[in-house]
Design a protein around this ligand. Structure first.
Ligand code: AMP
Length: 124
């Protein structure tokens, strides 16, 4: 039996803690970020915590990474104007706080005007 603590995202998958879930299938879940940095800020997350970052996921399961990307596009179209920024923080100094790979999907404001709060996404 594993003694590893479940990640916060595994607790959301298990419905142990609440989240505003907008999409779910066999392998992925997507929900609103608890501290949104844009009018639309979703997290698209594999249900399994097997991969801690996007490079590990790309190497181990590239189809799942592709599914994250297409799901992000579909959700940005459904919940915003279809234009979005996709961010994978990888490593503590890059702003990663949850070591269970996830994509941030940010949409709904002008990239050109810099209105996304990038400092809180790890880029200070
Ligand atoms: P990162 O800093 O890239 O690892 O992203 C982790 C993200 O998870 C942050 O943007 C947090 O706001 C978000 N987060 C943490 N706990 C929750 C939660 N219970 N529900 C929704 N989002 C969360």
């Amino acid at each position: 039996m594993s003694t590893t603590e479940p990640t916060v995202f595994e607790l959301i998958v298990a419905r142990t803690i609440p989240a505003e879930i907008v999409f779910e299938n066999e392998r992925l879940i997507a929900f609103r970020d608890i501290a949104p940095k844009a009018p639309l800020h979703l997290l698209v997350v594999p249900k399994s915590s097997e991969y801690t970052n996007v490079a590990a996921l790309a190497e181990g399961d590239p189809y799942l990474l592709a599914e994250i990307v297409t799901t992000a596009a579909e959700l940005a179209a459904e919940h915003s104007n279809g234009e979005y920024r996709l961010i994978f923080n990888s490593g503590e100094s890059a702003g990663q706080t949850v070591f269970h790979v996830h994509a941030h999907v940010l949409s709904g404001s002008s990239h050109g005007s810099g209105t996304f709060d990038e400092s809180s996404l790890g880029f200070e």
